[in-house]
Design a protein around this ligand. Structure first.
Ligand SMILES: Nc1nc2c(c(=O)[nH]1)N[C@H]1C(S)=C(S)[C@@H](COP(=O)(O)O)O[C@H]1N2
Ligand SMILES: [Mo]
Length: 311
């Protein structure tokens, strides 16, 4: 028997593999339960079809190993490593998202249907956590404006509110009630012009494949010029709303975390400097860039705003 790497099998090959397995007959080396397992795994693990990034900023990528083994996912644990194992049984397909609020037609849509509607492209972005670590990740997904164009927000829609799925059977921290590490479900928000900015991205994959559970499968937000906590995972709801949503970390600690959370080396966190960051896998720190290196693209969104006040 040949050895398969599940991640390397395309849908066509799946068909061939299945035929091949069936021909082997009842006495085959592969048990039918293993085959069933293989078939069940394939749609999730398969390679995605997308337009590759040209890496215009010539960024040096972190390894997949680094980006998938050091995470923040409080629905599982406040630990950086524990969610990797804890999340592997997460059932991320089928999964539909709800679109509600000030839009033309409220609806639920399957993740795979969204992928088919909007197509996929790769974006290589810097990612900077408010805690002072950073990485460069090749995300796969589509810009949020494509989804918003489809949903047709009305003139009352001033903000977009995002909510993580609330399913305590899947997310152990959500099952802890008042003893949970944060208030669930996790909520984030963007001003409509931030949400419509061409850099604002909805990711369904990274490193050529579907997102692993620990990185927020099946679908998450990625806002590269903001601290990582804005990039909310495992989306359940996207709502167009009139009022500024109160995001989870602002709610947890309003003195330390705000709504805007733009990466800014000039505004320190009350308990540590934001001037430098440590890239995962590197020994020495490097300077943090204003708006995480996307100042040219996004600074105009905040013209005239005091970034110390709107932190
Ligand atoms: N639902 C949810 N989304 C979340 C978080 C979380 O705990 N729960 N952590 C945030 C933080 S603080 C960061 S830095 C990034 C981490 O993304 P990564 O684990 O894929 O690197 O996810 C953000 N999105
Ligand atoms: Mo973070």
């Amino acid at each position: 028997m040949q050895n398969f790497n599940l991640e390397d099998i395309t849908p066509e090959e799946l068909f061939n593999a299945r035929r091949h397995f069936l021909k082997l007959g009842a006495g085959a080396l592969v048990s039918s339960s293993a085959l069933t397992h293989l078939m069940a795994e394939l749609p999730k693990q398969n390679a995605l079809h997308y337009t590759p990034s040209t890496n215009p900023d010539k960024l040096i990528l972190n390894t997949e190993e680094q980006a998938t083994n050091y995470v923040n996912f409080y629905e599982f644990s406040t630990d950086k490593v524990a969610p990797v194992k804890m999340s592997q049984k997460m059932k991320t397909s089928p999964w539909s998202l709800g679109f509600f609020g000030e839009i033309k037609t409220e609806q639920m849509v399957e993740v795979d249907e969204l992928i088919a509607k909007f197509g996929l492209e790769e974006r290589i972005y810097r990612f900077r956590c408010v805690e002072g670590w950073s990485m460069v990740v090749p995300w796969i997904g589509f810009p949020l404006y494509k989804l918003l164009d489809y949903l047709e927000p009305n003139s009352n829609a001033k903000y977009v509110k995002f909510t993580t799925r609330h399913e305590p059977a899947m997310f152990p921290d959500q099952a802890k009630g008042i003893f949970a590490s944060i208030k669930h479900p996790y909520v984030e928000g963007l001003r409509m012009d931030e949400a419509r900015h061409p850099l604002t991205f909805i990711a369904v994959g990274m490193y050529g494949k579907r997102l692993l559970p620990q990185n927020g499968a099946p679908m998450r937000l990625v806002v590269p010029w903001k601290y990582g906590f804005k990039s909310i995972k495992s989306l359940d709801l996207i709502e167009c709303v009139t009022e500024e949503p109160r995001n989870t970390w602002q709610d947890q600690n309003p003195d330390e975390y705000g709504f805007y959370a733009n990466v800014n080396p000039e505004v320190d966190h009350p308990r540590w400097t934001q001037a430098k960051e440590r890239v995962l896998g590197k020994l020495f720190k490097q300077p943090t860039l204003k708006f995480n290196g996307y100042e040219k693209e996004v600074a105009s969104l905040y013209a005239g705003m005091d970034l110390r006040k709107y932190f």
